[in-house]
Design a protein around this ligand. Structure first.
Ligand code: CU
Length: 314
């Protein structure tokens, strides 16, 4: 079968694609052949005097009706492929809160689990309730033929059924700024049984795979990587979108607070405040509103680990 069956949406999209592509190829080849025949048959040496033709109703009707039927067929397949994407999710759909922000995906499950990859059961409808915190993003899972814009301030839904266990790409397909290309993640489709035990497993309560054997600062580093902070911050002194973490801790930082320039010492509270309420004070020379609060993404323990990491770079 040429059409994919990885999700309930795939066949409709592939069918429309193949129908349209076939029409295109038919005309590409047909017109090229006719062109060559005409060049040979009516070239000047064979046909020195041009013949003048004045209208032909039969031809006019034929080349109006046939293209009309062709475009109506394309419309039909396009419509039937798109319709299931626009329908309301079934009542038994598994709902996942999907949040897009510059430049990270976050998937929150009904039991509080939170991850940056999408883990779902095979053969069961999954409904993504999607929201953007900042700009327009667009979710794209090519294998499932799923693609939908996510606009800040209005929740949108996308639902589908993944048929086959496996790992598939998921990314943002709406150019959303400097690190747009790092908004890449994956979908892990598990069999229903595997999903049940994964879902019930409380160890991976959040997306932070905290390993207890390693030091606090390297666990903090892991968290910072997983949350996507490094899209905007470096650890080597390079300015990206935001200041580098290098040598911030314990130093004086000039910030704008309520329109006034003040100097503060970057202590633990300052670091915490910078992460939970980034727009309370803005580091001089940087833009307001780029960093958004991570309050709902971090536990207190994780926040402490991040502070340890930034301290360790001093
Ligand atoms: Cu994006």
């Amino acid at each position: 079968m040429i059409t994919s069956n990885l999700s309930n949406l795939a066949r409709g999209v592939d069918t429309a694609f193949i129908v349209i592509l076939s029409v295109i190829f038919f005309f590409l080849i047909g017109l090229t052949v006719v062109l060559i025949i005409f060049i040979l048959r009516y070239r000047e040496s064979k046909n020195p005097v041009a013949s003048q033709i004045h209208g032909n109703n039969k031809l006019e009707i034929i080349w109006t009706v046939i293209p009309l039927l062709i475009v109506m067929a394309m419309f039909y397949f396009g419509w039937t492929g798109w319709k299931p994407m626009d329908s309301a999710p079934p009542d038994d759909a598994f709902e996942i809160e999907t949040t897009a922000r510059m430049w990270k995906w976050s998937f929150k499950y009904p039991n509080g689990k939170r991850l940056d990859t999408l883990v779902i059961p095979a053969g069961k409808p999954v409904s993504l309730n999607m929201n953007s915190l900042d700009v327009i993003h667009s979710i794209y899972i090519p294998a499932f033929r799923l693609k939908k814009d996510i606009n800040p301030g209005s929740e949108r839904n996308a639902w589908f059924i993944a048929n086959t266990p496996g790992i598939y790409d998921l990314f943002c397909t709406e150019y959303c700024g400097l690190e747009h290309s790092s908004m890449i993640s994956s979908v892990k489709v598990l069999s229903a049984d595997e999903f049940e035990s994964w879902y019930a497993d409380s160890v991976s309560e959040t997306h932070i795979a905290v390993k207890t054997e390693v030091s606090a600062s390297s666990r903090g580093k892991q968290i910072v990587q997983q949350l996507g902070c490094n899209a905007c911050h470096s650890a080597d002194g390079t300015k990206i979108v935001g200041p580098s973490y290098l040598g911030v801790f314990g130093h004086e930082v000039t910030v704008i607070r309520d329109g006034k320039t003040v100097t503060v010492t970057a202590d633990e509270d300052y670091i915490r405040r910078s992460i939970l309420d980034p727009n309370f004070e803005i580091v001089e020379g940087y833009n307001k509103g780029l960093m958004l609060s991570y309050e709902d993404l971090l536990s207190d323990e994780e926040l402490d680990l991040i502070v340890e990491y930034i301290k360790s770079l001093n």
